[in-house]
Design a protein around this ligand. Structure first.
Ligand SMILES: [Ca+2]
Length: 112
């Protein structure tokens, strides 16, 4: 079932509804005891908390390593990349932003 869920082409991939009909969901649901489920949920919460801590530590280190000018420049670049202004950079926004910077670099340096 995992292979069918990870199929690249959507037309060949099973739908969520089809996946939920797979016997694995029905047998595993019966096999998981409630305390096991509680442990799993607790582990997932801890994992998420550790990710937040890791993110906060990285932000702190970045803030300590960058000068004010560097921070302003990074914020300017981020805002120019964030095309829909949602405060996040999608893969597409990163690619488009990087391509714009490369084009600007080429034109500004008179390479073309
Ligand atoms: Ca965005």
């Amino acid at each position: 079932m995992i292979k069918r869920l990870l199929t690249y082409l959507p037309k060949n991939r099973i739908t969520a509804s089809e996946a939920l009909q797979h016997p694995w969901f029905h047998t595993s649901k019966q096999n998981i005891q409630s305390n096991e489920a509680t442990n799993i949920i607790g582990n997932l919460k801890n994992f998420r908390a550790s990710q937040k801590l890791q993110h906060a530590a990285l932000m702190f280190m970045a803030s300590q390593l960058l000068s004010k000018e560097d921070t302003k420049e990074m914020q300017r670049i981020f805002k120019s990349f964030d095309l829909n202004h949602d405060g996040k950079l999608s893969r597409e926004e990163l690619i488009k932003g990087k391509l714009r910077r490369i084009q600007n670099y080429i034109w500004d340096d008179g390479i073309c």
